[in-house]
Ligand binder design. Structure first.
Ligand SMILES: CCCC/N=C1\SC[C@@H]2[C@H](O)[C@H](O)[C@@H](O)CN12
Length: 641
């Protein structure tokens, strides 16, 4: 058939024209079991990246590396709790500027598969659901419960209007939108809830956008997680039998494209366990098998990044398993954003099925060794409660939860006094599942030991009537998968001394980040000499930049688990680099439980706050002797045993 020259070029795919918004479409083709993009058969090869886990200055670098890896799309979660921080209070600025992130994906020529939840799992705090939902005593999450649906619809009315103009048929690059997340794995199996969500998504996004679900391949999961009007996709990792896995999808979607929405390139890490790793060859082989079948694939994760601040979630598998600050995921792009051997193995597979973009893969970001940084104790935490809880303590006969205190993240100090002399060791104990999640116990401000959910729940103490008893309670992240996402935090039961309940508590919700954002500590000089007292404390150190804020890695030889709130910003680079200073800006409290030897990443950009992933040390921290210390000012929050 003779084609005009233009037609020949188009047919050969050598000339891409931008279809006008009126002609743009992304649809299912049930006859040919594929997607249609502007009417032509289309298969996507996608990778997951979460903007909330990548410093905004690094977004472009990571997305460009994903594009140069041969991906045609990226899959993006929108964490509800990252944006609606309190009921009706929204934050879409800085790292939370989801529209800027989406516009950057479009600029770089990437399509987007958007997953706005409202629940997203993702090993993210409470699976993306805001903890303030738990302030409503009768709420039942992820069901048709009226209180829950009212909050969901209120949120969707804010978010989805930001998404609609970016839909592919509207001229944007969002080709499909997922409703909920692995709902078939949730106990409720409430199809009325899914129907409500379908109605809300259609009302706010229109009738044309492709809406889908994702579930694992079990029959029960696909029975409870799918719904007429939502295209059902599945998720499975390397080592699965691809034919059987897609056979499961075919049982609910006899026609239409084969889609694996989460092909696991690695896995998540829990505190105290070895870093997960998955063979690159294994990942590449499974990818090739699926691409041979013509399936569309999203690799989960392509770049994992980091759980900044308090955003890491947890699992409950017979015991509470908090997820680490690192979300490296053994992904093709490392936590530091560096291409790995796994990325190049995947890129080679992709090149067998479609042309790779012309040009080199952007290299790993340059790293800089800033040398030793001596850390000095600035203050014991119990000596600065006036700063960290400026409104003063709440008095209560018995302990209150974080939710009752309306404290979402971080730490609460529970203070009382020994009601009687305890000359012989007495058992300080807590009922099962009442330590949520990790309580550091001080008597007369001296560290006695740590109580943990599913860990040690008793301690032996001696003292005199009136001695101060303090428990610093750390929320290590709300459960993000399964039936236990209604994960209340704090002291959920009464502490007892030889089985007699303790009472008359003073309770201090700590606002560490707020204090840091307001410039505390205002000086690095130690606040008070507490001598060798052992307990949670703030340490500070400083180092100098060479005038440019290069990424680096931070290691704390000998430390153990320390939560840090390290903030800073290169606000002024003097002529003399030795004068460049780090000052305080919005803090990011991060934590990292050191296994011997891990290196962590300190990364910032000249115009953005320093986000630091810091190590920890065995308790008490060994005093570091700074060798060639460089000046600057960086502050760390409690060093915890
Ligand atoms: C066996 C438990 C499966 C739970 N699902 C998981 S664990 C890692 C990933 C992410 O959480 C992702 O957000 C989930 O959709 C699927 N998945």
């Amino acid at each position: 058939m003779a084609l005009p020259a233009l037609g020949l070029l188009l047919a050969a795919g050598l000339l891409h024209t931008q279809a006008s918004p009126s002609a743009r479409s992304f649809q299912l083709d049930y006859e040919h079991n594929c997607f249609l993009k502007d009417g032509a058969p289309f298969r996507y090869i996608s990778g997951s990246i979460h903007y909330a886990r990548v410093p905004r200055p690094a977004w472009r670098d990571r997305l460009l590396k994903m594009y140069m890896s041969g991906l045609s799309a990226v899959q993006v979660y929108v964490p509800w709790n990252y944006h609606e921080t309190l009921p009706g209070v929204y934050d879409f600025t800085g790292n939370r500027d989801v529209e800027a992130f989406l516009d950057l994906t479009a600029e770089l020529g990437l399509l987007v598969i958007l997953r706005p939840g409202p629940y997203i799992c993702a090993e993210w705090e409470m699976g993306g659901l805001p903890a303030w939902l738990l302030w409503k005593p009768d709420i039942i999450l992820r069901t048709s419960n009226p209180a829950y649906l009212a909050a969901v619809d209120s949120w969707l009315h804010v978010l989805l209007p930001k998404i609609k103009p970016r839909l592919y048929h509207q001229g944007g690059n969002i080709i499909s939108v997922q409703v909920e997340n692995e709902y078939g794995s949730y106990y409720a199996c409430d199809h009325g809830y899914l129907r409500h969500l379908l109605g809300s998504f259609r009302a706010l996004l229109g009738s044309e956008v492709l809406l889908f679900t994702t579930d694992s391949t079990g029959a029960q999961e696909l029975r409870c997680g799918t719904l007429q009007g939502l295209y059902a996709t599945v998720d499975f990792g390397p080592g699965s039998n691809v034919t059987e896995a897609f056979g499961a999808q075919r049982r609910v979607e006899p026609r239409g494209p084969l889609v694996n929405s989460e092909y696991y390139t690695g896995w998540l890490d829990y505190w105290g366990e070895a870093h997960a790793s998955t063979s690159a060859a294994w990942v590449a082989r499974g990818l090739e098998d699926m691409l041979q079948l013509g399936a569309s694939i999203n690799m989960y994760m392509f770049h994992g990044g980091t759980n900044f601040a308090y955003w890491s979630g947890a699992d409950y598998k017979g015991q509470y398993k908090p997820v680490t600050t690192s979300y490296d995921y053994d992904a093709p792009l490392s936590e530091a954003g560096d291409p790995t051997e796994k990325l190049f193995a995947i890129r080679t597979v992709i090149s067998k099925f479609q042309p790779l973009p012309v040009g080199p893969m952007p290299p790993a970001t340059p790293k800089y060794a800033y040398g030793w940084v001596g850390l000095r104790k600035y203050a014991d935490l119990l000596d600065v409660l006036d700063v960290l809880c400026p409104s003063g303590p709440i008095q209560s006969q018995f302990p209150l939860t974080f939710e009752a205190l309306k404290q979402v993240h971080g730490f609460v100090v529970y203070h009382t006094q020994l009601p009687w002399d305890v000359p012989d060791p007495a058992t300080l104990g807590a009922p099962p599942h009442s330590i949520c999640d990790r309580g550091y116990v001080m008597l007369q401000k001296e560290y006695q030991g740590t109580l943990e959910w599913d860990g040690q729940t008793t301690l032996h103490v001696t003292g005199r009537a009136g001695d101060s008893l303090d428990i610093l309670m750390e929320n290590m992240g709300r459960i993000s998968f399964g039936a236990n996402t209604s994960d209340f935090k704090g002291l959920l039961g009464n502490l007892s001394l030889n089985s007699r309940p303790l009472s008359n508590w003073l309770i201090y919700p700590l606002a560490i980040d707020t204090a840091v954002q307001q410039g505390w500590p205002h000086t690095a000089l130690p606040k008070s000499s507490s001598g060798g007292r052992v307990g949670p404390a703030f340490y500070t150190g400083s180092f100098e930049t060479p005038g440019i804020a290069w990424d680096t890695f931070v290691k704390f030889p000998g430390w153990s688990k320390v939560r840090h709130c390290m903030t800073g910003k290169v606000v002024r680079v003097d002529q003399d680099p030795a004068q460049s200073h780090l000052h305080h800006l919005p803090g990011t409290a991060v934590d990292k439980w050191l296994q011997p030897g891990p290196v962590l990443e300190l990364s910032w950009a000249p115009a953005d706050p320093v986000c630091a992933w810091l190590g920890a040390a065995r308790w008490p921290p060994q005093q570091h002797h700074s060798a060639g210390a460089r000046r600057g000012t960086s502050h760390a929050s409690p060093a915890l045993p």
